[in-house]
Design a protein around this ligand. Sequence first.
Ligand SMILES: C[S@@+](CC[C@H](N)C(=O)[O-])C[C@H]1O[C@@H](n2cnc3c(N)ncnc32)[C@H](O)[C@@H]1O
Length: 259
Amino acid sequence: MIVTTSERPPVETIEHAMSIATELEVSYAPRSNKTIRALQTKWEEEAIVVVSPQEIRLMQEGQQPFYFHPSMALVRLKRLRSGGNDTLISVSGAVTGDTVLDCTAGLCSDSLVFKYVVGEQGKVVAMEASRTLHVIVREGLQTYKTGLADIDQAMRGIQTVQGQHQELLSRMEDNSADIVYFDPMFEKPVTTSNSMVPIRSQAVRESLTREAVKDAIRIARKKVVLKDHRDSGQFERLGFRLARVSASAVAYGVIEIDG
Ligand SMILES: C[S@@+](CC[C@H](N)C(=O)[O-])C[C@H]1O[C@@H](n2cnc3c(N)ncnc32)[C@H](O)[C@@H]1O
């Protein structure tokens, strides 16, 4: 992977691209009026992160570009705004003022819905193992404009952290969050989840470990929630009670924390 800029970049964009390259520990390739394909050939790299004044985009040979967008979160938030329900919010029981740990941030769609619900008094920490996804989503959350002030404010308020949740959770104090949430990559992708397609190449696909769930139970004051495919076997393996199954086989399991 290399990092470059959009064509004819302002100085700040060049500096931004250089700092992103340093953070990702890859080379910075000056754009020099070259096409992305020409840069791929010259540097013998398939993946190129393109920094522009508006956004950061991952371009990969044979794949759709990946950039931050609020994805299905926007539809879900519009529903909540007009008094409707959201499955994750109902299952998790998240309310204003809660602290939520999203252990598998991805595009932060779920984090955004959580942050909208917990509000200014609450907190959402979104952990992502992939450095590339973390950088693109972190920057997108700070700059993307939906045109809806309350949703933009929620995006800006999510705290993103790069790292493996197993490690991050192991260092957290007991009872320090209300809800701990896991949404690992499905081994068997569901066809309705198109927003996940461009991130599949970068996403970390490890099974959730018993140790991580044990830490989550230690940290959560209210609930630990797992989203997975209905037939994944993970709910039974890790001790989650199946709380909801959608028509598309996406299921939510919970572990309730007693008083
Ligand atoms: C299915 S996606 C999550 C989608 C997310 N809920 C959303 O709303 O956009 C799973 C994400 O978790 C990340 N991931 C997988 N294992 C992880 C781990 N051990 N620690 C942190 N992130 C992890 C993957 O890289 C991927 O981006």
